[in-house]
Ligand binder design. Structure first.
Ligand SMILES: Nc1ncnc2c1ncn2[C@@H]1O[C@H](COP(=O)(O)OP(=O)(O)OP(=O)(O)O)[C@@H](O)[C@H]1O
Ligand SMILES: [Mg+2]
Length: 374
């Protein structure tokens, strides 16, 4: 891939360009990255790139290879083959540089239960090369930014899940890295905490390039500009959220509210009439009142039916109170791209913490053991 070659070229003139990351428009480049385990190919020749300042949703069902990819990008796991570069540095050859430029929030943040929040952040800060006044300033800053200032003196082991997640985020941004890799940052949080964490991530996006993994599809729609969809270790789509929705929209779903003109409405008659419009596949009655009802009409593939639906309503002597196309949701696109065996994962939307499998938990405790060595 050109971007990787460019990164390699820039590395060759490393000494001449101490702030080379500023020169790269692609902050992350991944080329044919592969990770095999004994019986599984967890990540199978994936390639993608992420431009500086982008916030990208890394989306895929359980076991798709999201965590494995993130662990390779953050140098916790060597690839079986292929290359990845972060801020122009190769994850295998220049792992120290990569770690300087990256902040990582693993699925389970590696927190020491017997440490207090501020003590832990100072400890991580020192491992990341911060000291003196700068360390004090950064710890204060991230505590404010991630809303953990009120638990600075509290033992990590006694924090709630939401606070632990925020401390995890605080340690990830402590050294002000160019790139943030966040593995399911909102998993296990309550709705209020989810909103706060999403807002924080969106806020951080101005300053950092971010990849966040999730199964929560509305999260991607709300937080990310771009999306990489991965399934069974392979990239099945990479595009802007808007483009993906547009690309998949080769049929339309139209919601109509129809009212009788000063008379009660017979929804079944309206349904039959709309059903006869050319290009309409099916019409459902969504709800009905005495004088009006809401319908959802779905077109056949390649058919746009809005105009004809509107005409059919008016010409039949009814009022058309509302007509709007329903955007194809990312969820539908996801299911189209990842196949029916992923339906359960997507339908779950809000995976419980228990969804993390035993091997997953074991992997993350491995991360916990390694993390402080940074
Ligand atoms: N240490 C390991 N040993 C063997 N197989 C592994 C190991 N780690 C992961 N796998 C397998 O690799 C595949 C990808 O796992 P990975 O954890 O990357 O998926 P994921 O997309 O993060 O899933 P989830 O949404 O459940 O977190 C799975 O089939 C998993 O069982
Ligand atoms: Mg995972």
């Amino acid at each position: 891939m050109q971007a990787v070659n460019a990164a390699r070229h820039l590395r060759a003139v490393d000494n001449l360009l101490p702030t080379q990351s500023n020169f790269l428009s692609q902050m992350i480049t991944v080329q044919d990255l592969t990770r095999k385990y004994a019986h599984t190919t967890a990540v199978d020749h994936i390639s993608f790139s992420v431009a500086k300042g982008q916030i990208v949703g890394f989306l895929g069902p359980n076991g798709a290879g999201k965590t494995t990819t993130m662990r390779m990008l953050t140098c916790f796991l060597p690839p079986t083959s292929g290359t990845a570069a972060v801020a122009g540095f190769d994850v295998l050859e220049q792992s120290l540089e990569v770690r300087k430029h990256i902040g990582y929030l693993p699925e389970t943040p590696p927190l020491y239960p017997e440490m207090e929040t501020a003590e832990y952040l100072r400890f991580v800060g020192r491992l990341k090369g911060l000291k003196g006044v700068e360390l004090d300033k950064r710890v204060d800053y991230v505590c404010g930014r991630c809303a953990v200032a009120d638990v600075k003196k509290k033992l990590l082991g006694k924090l709630s899940k939401g606070y632990r997640q925020r401390v995890g985020l605080a340690q990830a941004i402590l050294h002000n890295p160019d790139v943030l890799i966040l593995d399911e940052p909102t998993a296990g949080l309550d709705p209020k905490q989810i909103n706060e964490t999403r807002d924080l991530i969106k806020d951080l996006a101005g300053e950092h390039t971010i990849i966040l993994s999730t199964h929560i599809l509305p999260e991607v729609e709300q937080t990310c500009e771009h999306v990489i969809i991965i399934n069974k270790g392979r990239v099945v789509a990479t595009d802007s959220v808007a483009n993906l929705q547009g690309r998949a929209r080769d049929r339309e779903t139209v919601v109509l509210e129809v009212a009788g003109r000063g008379a009660p409405l017979d929804p079944a008659r309206v349904q039959q009439r709309l059903q006869r419009v050319a290009g309409v596949a099916q019409v459902r009655i969504k709800n009905q009142r005495n004088a009006s009802a809401v319908f959802e009409a779905e077109s056949r593939r390649g058919e746009m039916v809005r105009g004809d639906l509107a005409r059919a309503v008016i010409e039949s002597g009814w009022d058309l109170n509302e007509l709007r196309p329903e955007a194809m949701s990312l969820e539908e696109i996801f299911l189209q791209l990842t196949g029916s065996d992923s339906a359960a994962a997507a339908a779950g939307k809000q995976p419980s913490e228990e969804a993390a499998s035993a091997p997953q938990a074991a992997k993350e405790s491995g991360a916990a053991a390694k993390e402080p060595q940074r």
